[in-house]
Write a protein that binds this ligand. Sequence first.
Ligand code: BG6
Length: 495
Amino acid sequence: MSIDPHVFVIFGATGDLTRRKLIPALYHLMQSRDIAERCHVIGAARSDWSDDDFRSVAKQALRDDGFEEDVVQNWCDLRLLYQSLGDDGTDFGALRQRIEEVEDAFDLPGNRAFYLSLPPHAYGSTIEQLGEHDLSESDGWTRVVIEKPFGRDLESAEELNETVHTAFDEEQVYRIDHYLGKETVQNLLAFRFANAMFESLWNRDRIKRIEITVAEDLGVGGRAGYYDRSGHVRDMLQNHLTQLLSLIAMEPPASMDAEAIRQEKVKALRAVVPPTPEDVVFGQYASGDVDGETVPGYREESDVPDDSDTETFVALHLQIANWRWRGVPFYLRSGKRLPVKRTQIAVVFQRAPVALFQPGGEPCIPDNADCTAEPNVLLITLQPNEGFDLRFEVKSPGTSENGMRLESQRLSFSYRDAFGPIPDAYETLLRDVITGDQTLFVRSDEVETSWRLYTPLLDADIPVHSYPAGRWGPEAAFDLLPRWINGELRHDTDE
Ligand code: BG6
């Protein structure tokens, strides 16, 4: 893979994402691929920082990440620059001049990436400014990277797409959803399309239901200012969960080419029946115990209004109206302050049509109340403890008065045991930006299709039920799919 020499501009360079994710990812990428001399980073923000201010923040971030002092020092001093955009953040003339100076000094061919690590309301104006200052094209390639959330609803996403397209062509646009950079999420494609065994079962004839869980044990932390205006639908459902849904549900692409894959993802989303308020449960965490510690409720977090009814939990039932999935329910749930951090997809297969091995010896028909036959379940764990478990029934050794006794066991695969540490999602995504691979980025029609599904829910008056921190959401969510949450099933994430 060739990496062109380029300038990498980070808007919002004084912010948390730059320090926590972008600088370590860029550094790691440069180091492991020995391409340090090809990437020149310019941090840009309103603050009146010097190059050295930016470098010392970056150095600290890298030290915190355990990188070696002298190499870090070298890289930061040689490759990092800072450009203030002035008090009102509009001095794009100065930024342009700085970029050109760097390109002249290092004889660079004019390849530029602009990363918008900004509050969402600043995306539109920043893109307009890039266009007005002739920064949307150059002698080399120019790419713009836009963080999620892309819009607040369908209308604002369409408007933002329009603004983006006045300055950039879609081939230049990289809409980030960091879940797509996770190795295990990408592996969903390999798992499905390189293993004929599973793909031939991947349909309504063999699958009873699919459950997608993205659980976090943390609360809203210091991000309430953003989160309280967004809520969980915008923060997690519209993007991360929907990406997982489309990768699980899509048809095989014609090739591994970015357009072929993105086309199939959009097609799957278009077949999703828009959920109604009856298909949805919202929740908000109250004070409770997580990991043996009592934590405050959402309304007691700093910067959250006392009467906020922002949802911190969503459970949702979806149907996909196409030949593969008609009739198979998809259940999505996600929330903050749940018992654990875990992202998991459970594919629950149909049971055997007749259960022969019953305790009394009499066969019975699964789905009868007393019939204890268990279905096969494929559990795909995306984080942490990345891997798969396939649950199946085996005869437990020995005999019993009641005949043969069955027990559920697991075949397990652990990603880390097989491959060791997994690269951070941002490293993968930044590499793809600088090599020009759009496969793991969200296309304009994809983001709009997703908003089309959820915008009616945001406009509806859906009650927000309280749940104690440390539980799997409110009682009402248990009613949506009782066996899902109450711990009866072995594959249940309560374990
Ligand atoms: C972000 C959300 O996109 O994803 C956060 O804004 C959330 O609220 C985070 O905590 C979860 O990401 P991960 O990679 O830790 O699962």
